[in-house]
Design a protein around this ligand. Structure first.
Ligand SMILES: Nc1nc2c(ncn2[C@@H]2O[C@H](COP(=O)(O)OP(=O)(O)OP(=O)(O)O)[C@@H](O)[C@H]2O)c(=O)[nH]1
Ligand SMILES: O=C([O-])CC(=O)C(=O)O
Ligand SMILES: [Mn+2]
Length: 622
């Protein structure tokens, strides 16, 4: 029998009675806590999606984009435009489980911890009654291909129809998941925009959020996420960073695998040999672009498995395999255009939710980088609603962290094996970041331990993916600093422990597309030309031993001329791209040492101290 109400709350859609027992218990708890006016059990259907978009349009949160097929544009409160690292917490019994204890007098930068008692207080301050007057949407979703032994289930309760529409794109969500779940365990995710009705103060730009009380909390021991006050992507689509990275890496540590902030691609060379690799760059540093690369070298093909997150484990034959837990792309808009990323441009013509981009008078979208594609005679309304926005204005047309949210299956270069339940075999791991000086285009680590050191010492210029301004170079271990959910020292230790007899260890590389010349211009063209570097990397992974690498203090670097530069639009300066300035690197080693010993202190694995010593030693003799 269909229940028409649950705990006295009308069920406007879906059948509460058919929910698995554990899901029902979760729902009961959230309904009692948040006191929604209605309950809606999501089925993931097209019809339901239409309903969500209609609600969002009626509320003024999104507007249709008649120029494209089934696309909408959302504008947020200008205070809710990015992840908020300062309000993101890991809650564990002991602090040291979650974050290292830095040296005395040093401010820790490797995550925020909250005691279970403080979290209880924080929850009681926020969640009771937080959904009054609103609908609680219950979504069942699967991270990873349905039926894969590597996949995991999640349940999210949310009071945001925007979140429902985006989660339907970013995860496998709906009836089929509820059916497949049965009584399996799941990650419990509760999300509220924190604006019960009636409102206490008017919304800005019709976007409900609660910046003063924003809190993104994770209980890793019990696989729980509680997110309050933000509707923005990484804070609200809880399957993404919260589950797949923070909860995911804690599970991965317990179970002996890796959950990483990495893209996954397959690269086929002109001989038809295909190899897969993963790459970890910090937010806004080129993962989506590399994942959708159009090769500028003839005969090469790059196919996309994922653009942001990889779950990886060794199979029984000792081969590392990766799945993409996600079902869509939540990609950066500015800079995306038909030259830099034509594949993304084609992907986002349909069924896309855009957030915080500008709108054109012909019902399309606009952002920095699309100037050349702008039809004649159209006018632009900026993301902040400024009409008749003009190129060159002081404020950008689109927010620098504006995003598209689109189903992965629409990507014309999606890999045929992207949903292989066994995952794809990984031959190389790449780290990288935005390094304006000193760091060469590519180098290869000397062995696994050195490669782990390369990952642990990733640094990059700050971007707008979180609440930073300016371009300071920041440490970002494994490109996952914002997503660490257990002690960074143990994180490094976990990576070291992945090397086991019988496992074929992938080679580890470091790349830098962002080195600049003395005038501030990028030395490397990047984008489609990055295939030239991938080609070198994959030749290094091949069984055919080519004479293309030489030892340097940072690791193996390409022998001069060993990267294919044929057909480059403009010549590049090899010497400048691979220069290793000794004074820069001596300072870099000191910085690394200070950062790791200050921040991770007693939990830093001694292997890292050895790597610091060796790097300094190699440079002092250079
Ligand atoms: N110069 C240069 N810029 C690049 C390159 N690849 C990407 N970018 C720019 O870097 C910005 C971010 O690129 P994305 O590929 O979206 O970065 P991401 O790592 O996927 O970002 P998140 O989604 O935040 O994790 C965009 O503005 C790109 O145009 C490159 O090879 N060279
Ligand atoms: O989490 C987000 O909002 C988007 C993202 O991929 C990142 O910042 O790495
Ligand atoms: Mn990302």
């Amino acid at each position: 029998m269909k229940l028409v109400s649950f705990k006295g709350v009308p069920v406007v859609r879906g059948n509460v009675d058919s929910l698995p027992r554990k899901v029902l218990t979760f729902l009961e708890h959230d309904v009692e806590l948040c006191q929604p006016a209605f309950i809606h059990i999501c089925d993931g259907s097209d019809e339901e999606n239409r309903l969500m978009l209609d609600i969002l349009i009626a509320e003024g949160i999104v507007q249709p984009l008649p120029k494209y097929e089934n696309c909408v544009l959302a504008h947020t409160d200008p205070r809710d435009v990015a992840r908020v690292e300062s309000k993101t917490f890991i809650s564990t019994e002991s602090q040291r489980e979650a974050i290292p204890v830095p040296k005395p007098g040093v401010k820790g930068q490797l995550g925020n911890w909250m005691s279970p008692e403080d979290l209880d207080v924080a929850i009681k301050k926020r969640f009771p009654g937080c959904m009054k007057g609103r609908t609680l949407y219950l979504l069942a979703y699967c991270m990873g291909p349905m039926g894969s032994p590597l996949s995991k289930f999640g349940i999210q309760a949310t009071d945001s129809a925007y979140v429902v529409a985006c989660m339907r794109i970013m995860t496998r969500m709906g009836m089929q998941v509820l059916d497949a779940m049965g009584d399996s365990d799941f990650v419990r995710c509760l999300h509220s925009v924190g604006c019960p009705l009636p409102l206490k103060e008017p919304l800005r730009r019709d976007w409900p959020c609660n910046p003063d009380l924003t809190l993104i909390a994770h209980k890793t021991a019990t696989n729980e996420v509680m997110s309050f006050g933000s509707g923005y992507g990484g804070n609200s689509l809880l399957g993404k960073k919260c589950f797949s990275l923070r909860i995911g890496s804690a599970i991965a540590r317990r179970e002996g695998w890796l959950a990483e902030h990495m893209l996954i691609v397959g690269v086929t060379n002109p001989e038809g040999v295909k190899r897969y690799l993963v790459a970890a760059f910090p937010s806004q540093c080129g993962k989506t672009n590399l994942a959708m690369l159009t090769a500028s070298l003839p005969g090469y093909k790059v196919e996309c498995v994922g653009d942001d997150i990889a779950w990886m484990r060794f199979d029984e034959k000792g081969q590392l395999r990766a799945i993409n837990p996600e079902n869509g792309f939540f990609g950066v808009c500015p800079g995306t255009n038909n030259k830099t990323n034509p594949i993304a441009m084609e992907t986002i013509q349909r069924n896309t939710v855009f957030t915080n981009v500008a709108k054109t008078s012909d019902g399309g979208v606009f952002w920095e980088g699309l100037e050349e594609d702008l039809p004649k005679g159209v006018s632009i309304t900026s993301w902040l609603g400024e009409e008749n926005w003009q190129p060159g204005s002081e404020r950008p047309a689109a927010h620098p962290n504006s995003r598209f949210c689109v189903p992965a299956c629409q990507c014309p270069t999606i890999d045929p094996n992207w949903e292989d339940p066994a995952g794809v075999p990984i031959d190389a791991i790449i780290f990288g970041g935005r390094r304006p000086v000193g760091v060469p285009l590519v180098y290869e680590s000397l062995n696994w331990q050195h490669g782990v050191f390369v990952g642990a010492t990733v640094s990059s210029e700050a971007t707008t993916a979180a609440e930073y301004s300016g371009h300071e170079v920041m440490h970002d271990p494994f490109s996952s600093r914002p997503f660490l959910s257990y002690n960074a020292g143990n994180y490094i230790g976990h990576w070291l422990e992945m090397e086991k007899p019988g496992c074929k260890m992938p080679k580890i590389f470091h790349v830098n597309w962002f080195r600049r010349d003395s005038k501030g211009k990028f030395l490397w063209p990047g984008f489609g030309d990055n295939i030239r570097v991938l080609d070198w990397i994959l030749r290094r992974c091949s069984d055919e031993k080519e004479d293309i690498a030489q030892m340097s203090p940072v690791g193996f670097i390409p022998k001069k001329g060993s990267i294919n530069m044929e057909g480059l639009e403009n010549p590049v300066d090899w010497n400048e791209l691979f220069d290793l300035p000794k004074d820069f690197w001596m300072t870099e080693v000191d910085n690394i040492e200070k950062y790791l010993t200050d921040q991770i202190n007693e939990d830093l694995p001694p292997e890292m101290l050895k790597e610091i010593q060796d790097l300094r030693q190699r440079f002092s003799q250079y």
